[in-house]
Design a protein around this ligand. Structure first.
Ligand SMILES: [Zn+2]
Length: 611
């Protein structure tokens, strides 16, 4: 509808004031008239304020509220409960009925017309969405002629049985569900496994009469050309056996994924709660990774962007992967092609699982060495080990660190030190891989503990190349001792600071009178001694003194300057007393109060002098 034109249609005069009903806010009056072949419904409240203008044609409608256009139906226009009542007086009702060519109640007819219009619009919108989906589905070809046979032979390869008739004795008569051959079997066990003497299939034995309710399921994938690239179709396959060994195979397609110009996923699903099961956009959670029909693969991939993707090689390796995942990873770069053609199937699987924070495979690499980020020799070894993602990482790290891992140790190291590759390789340079492994194994040392020990030893400036230090005879004792020493060493650092503070600042903080002397601590050890008196955690005490967060001074008796008497903690900014603790009295006795006052005055004075 032409909204500019609609807005220009002048409002027809209307005057209704129902003073007796002014409290009825839920009643609205409709004034109807026709202009430019459009039915106009001006909606007023009971005080004759124009609230809405509805412009209604036979096929469309739109509502103006103030200056805002709204798409709501009349029935949804006013969002409140109880629902508002619209009243059209006789003249307006006649106009509406005439316009809608109906004898029905005017308001009711209007509401159902609006309902029908919106439903049509919705259907049309859905229709264009569904038409689009159908346009992708239409070019999908029929399944190959031998597809069902292939499902039976390959997708359901595990579903093969010999149903035998139990008889006392050794040999019993049976029939193979795969080749239908009548065979003699020797002492079969119900649910035991064996080989069919006729077709050489691996089979499971089932005693006749016990074989009903066998249902085998599998998933399968079929790839075909599509105008957009290729489509991968996913099937659920079911095979049910009756009690005599007869079987029925059924298959059901539930996902389709197009990869190529556009990547699109479809699932067989109920469309928008319509009750209709059909192809819908977006993939269902159920993703098949079962066998892929390979007989057509070369032909179907030829001429597409996936012609050289290596998908066929990967599928022939017997790994079960989602063909769509493979194709989409290949779209990022040629890496998968190289990996599949070099038979590095484990790395392909790792890429598709995509669970690595940092993908060790370079998907955009332009050649195998770039893809694996390895030297020529490293590439050879990756192929030789049929490396997985962990092993590739180990190869990459050892090359970067210039450490060669002997072949015979490679797999064990890859398996046992996954979290620690970098550290394991780095530390092995202190001796060599063989010796490091031998030590860890003989002493049953956890590598994480060993790494911590070497890190601590390095901090202590120990000669970690010295074998007595590198491979201590008693690992736990050496580890604990090193840890203890580090603590002491850290205290040494703080001790140095505290000694420095004494040298530099004690002149300002020193105080002497006839009865007492006050001074800064000289060493960390002194604080430890006092800390015990203060019932403080010694280590945090030393730390906070060294970094200036706490100011500690010692109060001594003038005639006994060497023994702790009181220890005083002051705020380092304004020298306010935080606490004072003594050997005998827990809290400072009254006798100290004059001293503390005197001392604070002294500090303030000496600070201003110093400044
Ligand atoms: Zn057979």
């Amino acid at each position: 509808m032409d909204k500019k034109m609609l807005k220009s249609i002048p409002v027809c005069k209307f005057d209704i004031r129902i003073t007796a009903l002014t409290n009825l806010k839920l009643i609205y009056f409709i004034n109807a008239y026709v202009r430019n072949k459009i039915l106009i419904l001006d909606i007023y409240d009971t005080e004759n304020n124009l609230k809405y203008r509805v412009f209604q044609s036979k096929t469309e409608f739109v509502t103006l509220e103030g200056t805002k256009w709204r798409q709501s139906k009349i029935s949804n226009l006013i969002d409140c409960y109880p629902y508002p009542t619209f009243i059209a007086l006789k003249k307006s009702a006649d106009i509406i009925q005439k316009y809608l060519k109906t004898e029905e109640d005017a308001i009711k007819a209007l509401k159902s017309l609006q309902e029908a219009i919106r439903k049509d619009e919705l259907d049309n919108r859905y229709k264009s969405e569904l038409d689009l989906i159908d346009s992708y589905m239409k070019p999908v070809k029929a399944v190959p002629k031998d597809f069902e046979k292939w499902l039976n032979d390959v997708a359901l390869e595990h579903s093969r049985y010999i149903i035998y008739e139990y008889k006392a004795g050794k040999a019993m008569k049976g029939r193979c569900t795969h080749c239908q051959g009548d065979v003699l079997v020797n002492k079969p066990k119900h649910n035991g496994s064996g080989i069919c003497p006729s077709c050489r299939s691996e089979i499971t034995y089932k005693a006749k009469g016990k074989s009903n309710n066998i249902v085998d399921r599998s998933t399968a994938q079929l790839l075909q050309k599509h105008p957009n690239g290729v489509i991968v179709r996913e099937f659920e396959v079911t095979k049910r056996y009756n009690s005599f060994g007869g079987a029925q195979l059924s298959f059901f397609e539930d996902n389709r994924s197009i990869s190529g110009i556009e990547n699109l996923d479809f699932a067989l699903d109920e469309y928008k709660q319509s009750g209709k099961i059909r192809w819908c956009k977006d993939k269902s959670w159920n993703i098949a990774t079962g066998a892929l029909y390979t007989r057509n693969l070369k032909r179907e991939l030829a001429g597409t962007e996936f012609q050289y993707s290596g998908l066929l090689e990967m599928m022939l390796s017997g790994r079960t992967i989602s063909a769509t995942d493979y194709l989409r990873a290949y779209q990022k770069g040629p890496a998968l092609e190289y990996l599949a053609k070099l038979k590095l199937y484990n790395l392909v699987l790792g890429v598709l699982l995509n669970r690595y924070y940092e993908e060790p495979v370079n998907l955009e690499g332009k050649n195998p060495r770039e893809v694996l980020k390895l030297s020529k020799d490293g590439l050879k070894r990756a192929i030789k080990f049929n490396a997985n993602h962990n092993e590739l990482r180990l190869l990459q790290i050892s090359e970067k660190e210039g450490v060669h891992i002997p072949d015979e140790l490679f797999e064990n190291i890859a398996e046992d030190f996954g979290y620690y590759y970098e550290d394991f390789i780095r530390l092995s340079k202190l001796s060599n891989i063989h010796q490091q492994l031998k030590y860890l194994k003989n002493k049953k040392v956890n590598f994480g503990d060993y790494r911590d020990y070497i890190n601590i030893a390095t901090k202590l400036n120990w000669d970690v190349k010295d074998r007595f230090i590198l491979f201590p005879r008693h690992f736990k004792a050496s580890h604990d001792q090193a840890q203890e020493l580090v603590k002491v060493k850290e205290t040494f650092k703080e001790d140095k600071i505290i000694r420095g503070m004494y040298q530099e600042l004690n002149k300002q903080f020193e105080f002497n009178d006839e009865d007492y002397s006050i001074r800064l601590p000289k060493t960390a050890r002194e604080i430890i001694r006092e800390g015990h008196e203060l019932h403080h955690c010694v280590s945090t005490y030393i730390k906070s003194v060294a970094n200036g967060k706490t100011l500690i001074v010692f109060i001594r008796k003038a005639n006994d300057p060497y023994n702790p008497f009181y220890t005083m903690e002051l705020h380092p900014g304004d020298f306010k007393l935080v606490q004072v603790r003594g050997k005998n009295n827990f809290n400072a006795s009254k006798e100290l109060e004059p001293l503390i006052e005197k001392y604070r005055a002294h500090l303030t004075k000496s600070q201003s002098t110093a400044a």
